[in-house]
Design a binder for this molecule. Sequence first.
Ligand SMILES: [Zn+2]
Ligand SMILES: [Zn+2]
Length: 97
Amino acid sequence: MFSNQKEYHCGIFRTVEEVFINAGLIFKRRSEAMKKHCCEAMDYHANFKCDIHENSFGCPDKIIIFDENDNDYGLIIHDGGSSSIGIAFCPWCGSKI
Ligand SMILES: [Zn+2]
Ligand SMILES: [Zn+2]
């Protein structure tokens, strides 16, 4: 019985290790495809893409607009137009952006 239990534990460790390896590969692939932002919250909001609203300015869930060319972040003003307020610091982590 004891030897069976030992094998069982070995099996668990092996699985956890594999999960970490897989997670590392997924993370690497993600960071290659997307620009890295200051924090996870900014990463999420800057890369947020709505399935319903094609235009970012028409989506109430989209609050951050990121201009890759100018490296500029802005808060979207949901007034039906396409205006935004530029921000110099991250609203979530406070980093200069
Ligand atoms: Zn941040
Ligand atoms: Zn939307």
